[in-house]
Design a protein around this ligand. Structure first.
Ligand code: LLP
Length: 418
């Protein structure tokens, strides 16, 4: 048996204790996402503090969890937003994040998204290619407006994470090489409407090693130095997101070490640091509650069939990701290994494999941990399953922050065409 405390393995405690979660399941039914808002705030403050008094802006990466109440909570803490679509920009504004704290990234932006971002007056657009730079220049000219930009530089560094979420190698689709970045900065510098104010890198997600981040930051800082020599004086050093969290027994990067490593590389550069954390802020703060429908055995294999499925939480199926599963009942009873699976018609529909669990009855609730990031935001309606409700717990109090989708909601955009 692992000593969960010593290994720092996430457990159910504080706002996310058994009693509160059972109450949430009873009050709002399952499957259900529950988020600890106090923990979200604490993570945000922890990162902010790690950078001490240094000029910096945390732009929370909405893609991790874009519930309006989550964004609003972060807005009250003075967070900015890292967005990858006009939809996310609009969510940020509605939730109270000022335009001057919003940045916009992504390899394929649509013209209407660029126009709207410029009109709203966000802090800057992260450019991912020469084509995009020219496109934005053209749009800005027609709108007779200046476009503040930053260039995403691909440092060609192995982030040592899951290949699907590694983005900083030259074979990945993201950003431009250091050489190309230099010529794009020169071009932008000479343009009448482009205003290069930042430099950006993001090498991947769920990073548990500091060295790749440190090496990338050094490469990008040295590029910023050489641009300065060309009189291109950038104001923002955007280090992307990617700080990993503990799902099982991984050792997470200490925010203080992370901050020190970045600050060290920035010596001699008077730039404001921007970071774009998603998972670090919300990952461990979310729990997914699902109800046992039945237990079945095929040959020797034990299956627990639950009401949650891969459409609600796709990380196990998509990345073979591990999430702890804890029954909200006495776990001291005899345990045996089981796969926890959903009702969807695919063998890949599982939430956990070979999990030690006691005998479970219909109606028992399982808590699936560390799903605050890329949980609900990646959910779908596959198999005509309605999307879950979402609930916040703050200071021990539960409140609904997204209503469970109804069948009527789900067919609303189709039914008029019959
Ligand atoms: N900035 C950029 C440019 C990004 O592409 C991402 C994540 C972030 C910030 C936030 O990264 P974070 O701090 O959350 O690691 N669905 C995957 C993760 C995909 C991450 C995509 N980009 C998962 O469930 O693990």
């Amino acid at each position: 048996m692992k000593d969960t405390k010593a290994l720092n393995i996430p457990t159910l405690s504080g706002n996310l204790c058994n009693q509160n979660l059972l109450q949430a399941a009873q009050q709002f039914q399952t499957p259900l996402f529950v988020y600890d808002f106090n923990q979200i705030a604490q993570k945000y403050e922890q990162l902010k503090l790690a950078f001490g008094g240094r000029k910096m802006l945390i732009c929370y990466a909405l893609k991790a969890n874009s519930n309006l109440s989550v964004i609003k909570k972060l807005a009250t803490l003075e967070s900015g937003a890292d967005c990858v679509s006009l939809g996310e920009i609009k969510r940020s504004i509605i939730a109270g994040i000022p335009a001057y704290k919003i940045i916009y990234s992504g390899v394929g932006k649509q013209d209407y998204e660029i126009q709207e971002a410029l009109k709203i007056g966000i802090l800057f657009i992260n450019i991912e290619s020469k084509e995009e730079l020219l496109r934005i220049e053209k749009i800005a000219k027609t709108m007779n407006i200046n476009a503040r930009i930053s260039i995403r530089v691909n440092p060609d560094i192995n982030a040592q994470t899951h290949p699907y979420i590694s983005t900083g190698l030259k074979e990945n689709k993201f950003g431009v090489s250091i050489e190309e970045a230099k010529s794009l900065y020169l071009y932008a510098h000479n343009s009448k409407v482009l205003e290069p104010i930042g430099i950006h890198f993001h090498i991947g997600s769920q990073l548990t090693k500091l060295t790749p981040i440190e090496e990338s930051a050094q490469k990008i800082a040295s590029l910023a130095h050489s641009l300065l020599a060309l009189k291109i004086n950038l104001k923002f050093f955007d280090i992307g997101g990617g700080i990993g969290i503990t799902y099982n027994d991984e050792t997470a990067i200490n925010p203080y070490d992370y901050a020190q490593a970045i600050l060290e590389t920035l010596r001699g550069l008077d730039m404001t640091i921007i970071c774009e954390p998603g998972r670090f802020i919300v990952g461990n703060s979310g729990v997914f509650l699902t109800k046992v429908l039945l237990e079945k055995e095929n040959q020797d294999k034990r299956f627990i069939i639950v009401d949650g499925a891969m459409n609600d939480l796709i990380r196990p199926s998509l990345y073979n990701a591990y999430h702890q599963i804890i029954p909200l009942k006495d776990t001291k009873a005899h345990q045996s290994l089981a796969d926890v699976v959903g009702p969807i018609c695919e063998s890949g529909d599982y939430l956990g494999k070979n999990i030690a669990l006691p005998k479970l009855e219909r109606g028992d609730i399982l808590a699936i941990l560390s799903v605050g990031a890329y949980g609900f935001s990646m959910s779908s309606n596959y198999n005509t399953r309605t999307k879950c409700a979402e609930v916040a717990i703050e200071d021990g109090k539960l409140r609904l922050i997204r209503k469970r989708e109804s069948f009527e909601d789900l067919i609303a955009l189709e039914k008029d065409y019959l």
